[in-house]
Design a protein around this ligand. Structure first.
Ligand SMILES: *Cc1c(COP(=O)(O)O)cnc(C)c1O
Length: 399
């Protein structure tokens, strides 16, 4: 039989038509850059914004949208009004996309000195030269916040993180949201440390929440991703989605799919992270070589009352100060047998960081100490292993 070579070549290059009758029971990965129209009329209507159909994955993709919708539902859980979410390529791109999308040159951002390190760098090195200046105050001091708002009408946003890294200091979400409203500013909270299972800033009146989904939402350390959630649906569509699609800060469908798988156990993991962390915090507090323990679930912690009010669980992050400074910090890290020495957080296994010799080694001692990062400070992202194994590992390493 004579084979038709041309027909075979075209078969190689062609796309098989999807069956329309089979619905997958799990979220599929739409690994497609574009979507094809059934007719030119459908194409015209779609480009005019009339159909809401997908056409190019930078603008929108079903895998991304379903994951964003789930996170938005969790953040707005129990509220009368819905919220909308947009997935981004990382936590950093969620912050950059939101701020560049809704602020304009000359607008100032009122924020705290103890933000996630990358966020402070983004503010100082990228956004400030573009005309979006950060104004650093102590967001715990509401008089200081109000004085700053009164002094500069160009402050258009309050941006916060609670609990913050690595000292777990908390700020009052309800009070900051109400000041933001009074002075007509946007309010934005980075909710990465808590996840919506523990804390929901929209409930306290915040306009926007951002996440690094890389951490607890994925929970397994298998992807980098971010999400922006907002209550003002118009603004999210007109400004935030526009910035995302024009900067091209969309997440990849595969990373979204990994995040989706991780989120199915979020409730179980956050319970276990919290109970393990509380047990570790109590054991550390009783240890003679430990100067101080920072953990929202300890009654001795300065932010205990505030954490009780706005967090439903104390979470999986804690830090503690070893007596004996830098040397005891390094000795401790070398003594760990089970935990990973890693600068991330929110994975299933315990991750431990010694900021003075790792993440903050290039920062002057005086500057880091002003932010509570002393020589002997150890940060722990407490995992979901058996409680006893975590306690044994940490307490043995202290010696
Ligand atoms: C990790 C992290 C970020 C940045 O997220 P990436 O996904 O690494 O870009 C922002 N905020 C907090 C609190 C984080 O822990």
């Amino acid at each position: 039989m004579q084979l038709n070579k041309a027909e075979f070549d075209t078969l190689c290059a062609s796309e098989m038509k999807l069956p329309e009758t089979i619905r997958p029971s799990q979220l599929p990965i739409y690994a497609t850059s574009s979507f094809a129209f059934d007719s030119i009329d459908e194409g015209i209507d779609t480009f005019l914004g009339k159909t809401g159909l997908h056409f190019y994955s930078r603008y929108g993709n079903p895998t991304l949208e379903l994951v964003a919708e789930k996170i938005a539902k969790m953040e707005s859980f129990g509220l009368a009004d819905e919220a909308v979410g947009i997935m981004t390529s990382s936590g950093m791109s969620a912050i950059a996309t939101l701020l560049a999308g809704i602020l304009k040159s000359g607008d100032k951002i009122l924020t705290q000195g103890n933000l996630y390190g990358g966020t402070t760098e983004l503010f100082n090195k990228v956004l400030a030269p573009l005309g979006l200046q950060p104004v650093y105050v102590n967001l715990e001091n509401l008089d200081e916040v109000e004085a700053a708002l009164k002094a500069a009408a160009s402050i258009r946003m309050i941006y916060c993180e609670t609990p913050s890294n690595p000292t777990l200091a908390c700020v009052d979400l309800a009070a900051l949201a109400s000041l933001a409203k009074q002075y007509q500013c946007y309010s934005v909270a980075d909710n990465t440390f808590c996840t919506p299972y523990i804390q929901r800033p929209l409930h306290w009146g915040f306009d926007f929440v951002i996440h690094s989904t890389t951490k607890y939402l994925n929970g397994h350390g298998t992807s980098i991703g971010g999400c922006i959630i907002g209550k003002d649906l118009e603004l999210m569509k007109a400004k935030v989605w526009q910035a995302m699609k024009l900067f091209g800060t969309n997440l990849s469908p595969f990373e979204a799919w990994l995040t989706n798988s991780g989120m199915k156990t979020l409730h179980l993991r956050m319970e276990r992270h919290s109970s393990n962390a509380l047990a570790l915090a109590k054991a550390l507090e009783a240890h003679p070589s430990v100067e101080k323990v920072n953990y929202p679930g300890l009654e001795s912690f300065a932010y205990y009352e505030l954490a009780q009010k706005q967090m439903s669980l104390p979470g999986g992050m804690l830090s503690f100060e070893l007596k004996g400074g830098l040397q005891s910090g390094i000795k401790f890290m070398n003594g760990l047998k089970h935990a990973s020495l890693a600068p991330t957080l929110g994975d299933c296994h315990t991750l431990i960081l010694h900021p003075a010799s790792m993440s903050h080694v290039n920062i002057a001692k005086e500057i880091r100490e002003n932010n509570g990062i002393t020589d002997g400070l150890i940060r722990v992202s407490v995992g979901i292993e058996a409680e006893k194994d975590i306690l044994d590992d940490v307490l043995n390493a202290i010696g």
